[in-house]
Design a protein around this ligand. Sequence first.
Ligand code: CTP
Ligand code: CA
Length: 224
Amino acid sequence: QEFVSQGLPLSGKKVLITAGPTYEAIDPVRFIGNHASGQMGFELAAVAANLGAKVVLISGPSHQTATHESIRLEKVISADDMYHAAHKNYPDADIVICAAAVADYRPKSVSEQKIKKNKAELSIALVKTKDILLSLGKAKKKQYLVGFALETENELDNAKAKLKKKHLDAIVLNSLNDTGAGFGTPTNKITFLDTNSAIIPFELKSKAEVAQDIFSEIIKRIDA
Ligand code: CTP
Ligand code: CA
């Protein structure tokens, strides 16, 4: 059954992708989340599958759909769920891309009952979530590991710092400065950076085209 994907650039490769937001529960009916749509991660999964890879797509809550038969979608809710799903699928992955907008903080405790509005002010203590990408970087063996960096200032310096700190092979800087780029839009403006100091800027494009550009850069590097 393997012959259909032979000859494609990612034939025989396993690609692991994280996508979407995470939701961190406050009580049985409320959560802390963000506006990520998951689209960038789903486009990356589609491109990888079309290039012949077997894809595991771990996504937080999202309305996106994956139709390619080589994509296995694992749905998760919280950062902690995503951490466990990512590590479970990590050992035999060849290429790993963390495109999820993981919540940086979660409520320190989850109220068992719905919180009542019986106080004029309410504070919720938050604690940091696990950094999934950092933990994957520390556990890295054969994997080509790619992260995203969403920055609004000192973009290149911040992206380079994340590339190094998280032990990545490459990082995709997502620029929010240009109109039409980023969260809730169908377009992105990215710069691809790698550990050999390459800095490759791209034009504002559809997320599907951005996904193609990202895999072109990765493929050049895994066979080099
Ligand atoms: N990431 C992750 N787990 C987290 C937080 C982030 O896997 N708990 C990943 C994201 O998927 C992305 C990368 O880390 O690939 C960078 O995310 P970003 O939010 O830009 O950076 P942070 O490291 O969270 O730092 P900060 O938000 O303070 O800039
Ligand atoms: Ca963050």
